[in-house]
Design a protein around this ligand. Structure first.
Ligand code: PEP
Ligand code: CO
Length: 450
């Protein structure tokens, strides 16, 4: 079948939007607006991923599970950026490898649901069936029929909020905020107190060694763009294909179609069926793409996915994001890695230590244990080391707000602490201290047996 930006639609089993006219209006609007990212940036990211595939760079991708439109505020966006910059400093210092920083932001507004409908208690106590909340790109969170109706104009709203977020991120990153000479910009007020002493010291050491390198570079009069700025990319799950399609374009003097809503769209665990609409859409775009892989994926399935998404085996194109669960990594990951190595496929192996470590507490709250998160990452690092393949980096859910959504780790939150500040609209995120803990332990695992 010939690929077009909308060829996926023939494979979609249901239409999300009953009002097709309103959908057409929203998509036409999106198609007329300028793109959020450019093909130059997308190509640059492909180059960096190709280098990461050769073990020369590390991948750090993080942000909310679901961004919400009201969280498009200065504080929330800067805090996320600060954490990613701090984490990347820890990783860079330990591994001496440059870090590719990718935010789960400026478009992470759509959420997959196992069930498109849910039953809630109506105002008079009788059960009513509503569309499930599918992220701010689709409907609103409040539990009533009007809020939950999928509204195509939210696609345009989402675009506007993505544009505002990205505009701010770009200005910060290119305007001096990310300059490694000034890591004081990345401090989260007095939040360093939240770090256990050991973590605070580990971060302090990384900062100090960066300062020494920069002092030396200044003394030697070394001038390099890498010494004053950093690059930053954005990503989201390419779930709502109307949104992606409407901003899928050709650009002058380049081959193929680019998804210009984001640098790096990924395919979720629930939507990666080989004959489904998402694989159909993703097989036609030039962007590098991520594929989430849950513990049930077989090596054969992984190979077939790559064959469809990257038939020419081009470098810098495929990022495999394994989300297996701490206890199953050793059982599942080696088979996938061996199959890829045997078939000589070019991929970047990334570990998402969040999504298969989710559990419900006795009170019915979704949480994750930082111990499991840390141990999924170290187990993945160990497997790659044993097999001689490259561990590429991590994909995590985090926020700079002082939330209590994940338990355990150095902070030692317990199930009962979760209600203190449980703010996520979807999955539990690492807070600041938990994110730094992950970076420090990952840095240790990466340098341990070298
Ligand atoms: C996510 O990344 O928020 C998500 C839903 O992940 P997965 O598709 O791996 O379950
Ligand atoms: Co999630």
């Amino acid at each position: 079948m010939e690929w077009t930006p909308d060829s996926w639609a023939a494979k979609a089993a249901t239409t999300l939007y009953p009002d097709t006219e309103a959908l057409a209006v929203a998509k036409a609007k999106l198609a007329s607006l300028p793109p959020l990212v450019t093909s130059w940036e997308v190509e640059r990211l492909r180059e960096l991923i190709a280098e990461a595939q050769d073990g020369k760079r590390l991948w750090l991708q993080g942000g909310d599970c679901a961004e919400s439109l009201v969280d498009c505020t200065s504080d929330i966006v800067t805090s996320k950026l600060k954490i990613l910059l701090q984490m990347s400093l820890v990783l860079l210092d330990a591994t001496k490898k440059p870090v590719i920083r990718v935010g789960r932001l400026a478009g992470q507004y759509a959420k997959p649901r196992s069930n498109p409908f849910e039953t809630v208690k109506g105002s008079d106590g009788t059960p009513v069936e509503l569309h499930s909340y599918q992220g701010d790109l689709v409907n609103r969170h409040e539990a009533n029929a009007a809020a939950r109706r999928p509204d195509p104009m939210r696609l345009v709203e989402g675009y506007h909020h993505a544009a505002m977020t990205l505009n701010f991120v770009r200005s910060l990153v290119h305007g001096g905020f990310a300059d490694p000479h000034h890591p004081e910009n990345w401090e989260l007020g007095d939040r360093a107190q939240e770090l256990a002493t050991e973590l605070r010291n580990a971060y302090g050491r990384a900062r100090e060694s960066l300062r020494r390198v920069l002092d030396l570079a200044a003394a030697l009069d070394v001038r390099d763009a890498a010494l004053t700025g950093v690059e930053f990319f954005i990503s989201h799950e390419g779930l709502n294909l109307h949104y992606e399609e409407a901003q899928t374009r050709r650009v002058p003097r380049r081959q193929g179609y680019y998804d210009l809503t984001t640098h790096f769209p990924w395919i979720g665990e629930r939507t990666r069926a080989l004959d489904g609409p998402h694989i159909e859409y993703f097989r036609g775009i030039v962007n590098p793409v991520g594929v989430k892989l849950g513990p049930k994926a077989t090596a054969d399935e992984v190979l077939r996915l790559i064959e469809v998404l990257n038939p020419s085996n081009a470098a810098g194109k495929i990022v495999l994001i394994a989300r297996i669960g701490a206890s199953k990594v050793r059982e599942v990951l080696p088979g996938w890695v061996r199959a890829i190595e045997h078939a000589k496929k070019r991929v970047l192996w990334v570990c998402d230590p969040m999504h298969a470590n989710t559990r419900g507490t006795a009170a019915g709250i979704k949480t994750r244990d930082v111990g499991d998160v840390v141990s999924e990452v170290s187990a993945s690092i160990a497997v790659h080391r044993e097999l001689g393949s490259v561990f590429g980096g991590v994909h995590v859910e985090l926020t700079g707000e002082n939330v209590t959504e994940c338990v355990g780790g150095a902070m030692g939150l317990a199930d009962d602490d979760l209600t203190r500040n449980y703010a996520t609209l979807c999955d539990p995120r690492l807070n600041y201290a938990q994110s730094i803990e992950l970076a420090v332990s990952m840095a240790r695992a990466l340098t341990a047996a070298e």
